[in-house]
Each structure stands twice: as C-alpha cells, then as structure tokens.
Ligand binder design. Structure first.
Ligand code: MLT
Length: 254
C-alpha cells in the first residue's frame, strides 16, 4: 500500500518511508550530499546541534526560517551547495523532526524533494518488492499543518509508483494534477511566501528545480535525537561519492 502522511506527526510504522520537506530541509540535505558532504546529521534541538560541533562539521539550520545564533549557515540548499566541511549538521523546525521520527518507525528511510524527484522515484521503484508491503510518503508540513509543496511532491511520487493507494495518496495525486509545473505549485504555497517575505526567495527558486540531482539521501545511522544520512548510492553499492553538479538557481518562478 502506498500511503501519504500529511504531516510528520501523522507518520505511521511502515517498511519504507520517504520524508519530504521541499521547503527546505530535504532539499538542503540532498544538495549538501550532492555537493560532496560525506554525511548529514539531522538533529532535533539547537543545543544538540551545538553539542555535536567538531572540526569538519558545519552547523546549519533555522528557527522561524532564520539562521540560529552561532550557526554557520541557514537551512538553505543554496548555502549547502558550497562545500565547507566534511559533514553538515542540520536542525530545522519541521523537516528534521519528521526525518528523526521516520527513522524510529521505518527500517528504511529515504529523502525526497523536487531536486531529486526522478532519482528518488527510481530508488523507490527499485525497492518495491513483496517484502515492502507499506510505503509511506511523509510530508513534513509546517507547524503541524500540511504544506502544499510537500503534498504536491508526494502526489507526483505516488503517481509514478505501482500498487494499491490509500485515500490520502489519492488526495495527494489529485493535488499534484492541479499544478502544471513545480513553479506553479510553489508559487501557491504559503511557506514559499513566508520565505520570500524573509528575503529567502532565492531558496524557493532553487528548491523548485526538478530532477536536477541524482543523489538520494538515506538514513544510515540512528542515535537518540539524531538521524544520520548519506547518499544511497554510496551506502548500497559502496561506490565512490560522485558529487552531482551544484544545481543552478533557475528563473522558473520569476
Ligand atoms: C522546516 O523544517 O520547518 C523547514 O525546512 C523550514 C524552512 O527552513 O523553510
């Protein structure tokens, strides 16, 4: 069964989870790994993020969309495209809690965003077999409400997968069909407007780029309050990390 959780808090135990926070956490993690960060540590609190600071680690995050005091950079895929260390430590309001919660409930957790839509779809299709009875597409949402851009992406993913769908998956599919382009969906999203009002429109443009990265972040290690992610290609096949090109900022939303 393909199911959609409209917020992180509504996620359920499943065999394979795909966590989605188009604006911006899963876009930031995907871009960071694509840019060459070896791992991304998603952490639950600002204090924990500060406590794992170490040489080679870059602290990234947001509260109220803005970079917390003492952090190196924001929860920004534009910032993450510049490789500044070996590992990125990321904490955000909705996205990283949803990733940490999914890591506790599912044996396999992948991250999806528009940037890696084709790659994450292929990864889920690759994993779909009789042992994977329940796939959950988890929308992080915003402050416990659904976010349009996350439901839009869950709908696109669901449309590309085979199998029985829950009602929530069918609802997400019909949302995806409402928008001709990713830019149109993001243009209608409240969180995109919030980011724009805080001078972060560049991040919205960046996150609207579709299928420009081949990287699929996968949870590789779980610790209390922390989920550690690496590129699925390197964790599965032991292949070398091949950084994708840093996605250019598109003018799709102008
Ligand atoms: C979140 O995790 O709440 C979001 O990624 C917020 C943001 O930074 O846009």
């Amino acid at each position: 069964v393909i199911d959609v959780a409209f917020t992180g808090a509504r996620s359920q135990p499943c065999d394979l989870a795909v966590v989605i926070d188009v604006l911006r956490a899963t876009s930031t993690v995907t871009q960071a790994l694509a840019a060459g960060y070896r791992r991304v540590l998603c952490v639950d609190t600002l204090d924990r993020a500060r406590s794992v600071r170490a040489p080679g680690r870059v602290l990234a995050g947001e509260r109220g969309c803005l970079t917390p005091a003492g952090f190196d950079q924001g929860n920004s895929p534009v910032d993450a495209a510049r490789l500044r260390g070996e590992e990125l430590v990321l904490t955000s309001t909705n996205g990283t809690p949803a990733i940490i919660a999914a890591a506790a409930r599912a044996p396999e957790v992948l991250l999806g965003c528009l940037l890696n839509l084709e790659a994450v779809t292929a990864a889920v299709l690759d994993r779909a077999n009789p042992e994977i009875a329940r796939i959950q597409l988890i929308c992080s949402g915003t402050e416990s409400s659904p976010a349009l851009e996350d439901v839009y992406l869950a709908g696109l993913l669901s449309l590309a997968l085979q199998g029985q769908r829950s009602d929530s998956a069918l609802i997400a599919e019909s949302v995806a069909r409402q928008y001709a382009t990713a830019a149109a969906a993001l243009g209608a999203s409240a969180h995109a407007q919030t980011l724009s009002s805080r001078d972060l429109f560049q991040d919205v443009e960046f996150c609207a780029q579709t299928s420009v990265l081949g990287c699929v972040p996968a949870v590789v290690t779980r610790q209390p309050g922390i989920a550690i992610l690496a590129d699925r290609a390197t964790t599965n096949a032991g292949a070398e990390v091949t950084p994708d090109r840093a996605a250019p900022v598109s003018d799709a939303l102008r």
